[in-house]
Design a protein around this ligand. Structure first.
Ligand SMILES: NC(=O)C1=CN([C@@H]2O[C@H](COP(=O)(O)OP(=O)(O)OC[C@H]3O[C@@H](n4cnc5c(N)ncnc54)[C@H](O)[C@@H]3O)[C@@H](O)[C@H]2O)C=CC1
Ligand SMILES: O=C(O)[C@@H]1CCC=N1
Length: 280
């Protein structure tokens, strides 16, 4: 029998691709009545409430967690309105780049002098959260309490795996790997399909074999618990077809160099996003 978890209420600010993926996962697990603030989303299922602005959230709503999931460049617009809620509940930010100190200062600037310091916890999830297969890495500053960290783990564990880091600067490389990573895997499926079609396969067949190969390989890695290097060797017959392809892909100036360059570019962009954002 499946046990239904009831997750505590959240105030979700921004419900696009990532906020929506987390919400999808939380809804499947049983989320207590929550408020979702988004300008574009059309509906959320009852008993949850969709509003267009933080000003539309009733003062007597007491979320267990405020989850920030707007674009990093758009979050400043909501800081003033969510600051009062940040006095009652910790803020969980999934924004790429934006640091705990930067977000905490931005919130504190909106509060009366002498107010308690808002607690901001940073997380980097990914879109497979929507099916409970996410990977989220979290960082909490020393002022966050064990209970607040546990609450983050509980919410994020409901939508996938969770890991914690002690050094916030590691979040840039985490973002490059697991935050952006699903896009690289989807690109692999896209490219294999395109090469298949260019090589003369019927498009439907090329699509089927590319997608199922990516899905099946990921599932095998997880379910077997086997090291991916061994799984790769298990496919590679000496003198066979795979070896020929891997000699191309694993050449030092091929995938090892390309992936390193790509991940460094993503991590660099994450660091850039921590700085002042242009007004848009
Ligand atoms: N898309 C992804 O795979 C991941 C995204 N993130 C982070 O999640 C955040 C959101 O990214 P996406 O979901 O991809 O963007 P998105 O553009 O799909 O979603 C952002 C949502 O915020 C809403 N929004 C914008 N301004 C608002 C405001 N003032 N008040 C209320 N809602 C507002 C928009 O209507 C939109 O639905 C970003 O900070 C990103 O760095 C983190 C991990 C993975
Ligand atoms: O592309 C981005 O900036 C966000 C962060 C990780 C995934 N999407």
């Amino acid at each position: 029998m499946t046990q239904t978890t009831t997750l505590p209420p959240v105030l979700l600010v921004g419900c696009g691709n990532m906020g929506g993926a987390m919400l999808d996962g939380w809804l499947k697990e049983g989320l207590a009545p929550s408020f979702i603030i988004d300008r574009h989303r059309e509906s959320v299922p009852a008993p949850h409430h969709l509003v267009r602005s933080p000003d539309d959230v009733p003062d007597d709503f007491h979320p267990a967690m405020i989850v920030l999931a707007t674009k990093p460049q758009k979050v400043d617009a909501v800081m003033a309105a969510i600051a009062p809620f940040a006095l009652r509940a910790p803020v969980l930010s999934v924004l790429a780049g934006r640091t705990v100190a930067g977000l905490s200062d931005a919130l504190a600037d909106q509060l009366p002098a002498g107010s308690p310091v808002p607690v901001v916890i940073r997380a980097m999830p990914n879109t497979p959260c929507s099916i409970g297969q996410g990977m989220t890495v979290c960082y909490a500053p020393p002022i966050a309490t064990p209970a607040q960290r546990m609450l983050c783990t509980r919410l994020l564990r409901a939508v996938g795996d969770v890991a914690w880091i002690d050094h916030e600067d590691q979040m840039d490389m985490v973002t490059a790997i697991s935050g952006s990573g699903p896009a690289y895997v989807f690109l692999l499926a896209e490219l294999m399909e395109q090469v298949g079609v260019a090589g003369g396969l019927p498009p439907e067949l090329a699509r089927q074999i590319a997608r199922q190969t990516v899905a099946g390989a990921g599932a095998l890695m997880v379910r077997s618990g086997t090291d991916p290097a061994l799984l790769r060797r298990n496919v590679t017959s000496p003198g066979g077809t795979t070896q020929k392809a891997l000699e191309v892909l694993m050449a030092p100036d091929a995938w090892p160099a390309t992936l390193a360059t790509a991940l460094k570019a993503a991590a660099h962009r994450s660091r850039e996003l921590s700085g002042p954002q242009p007004v848009s």
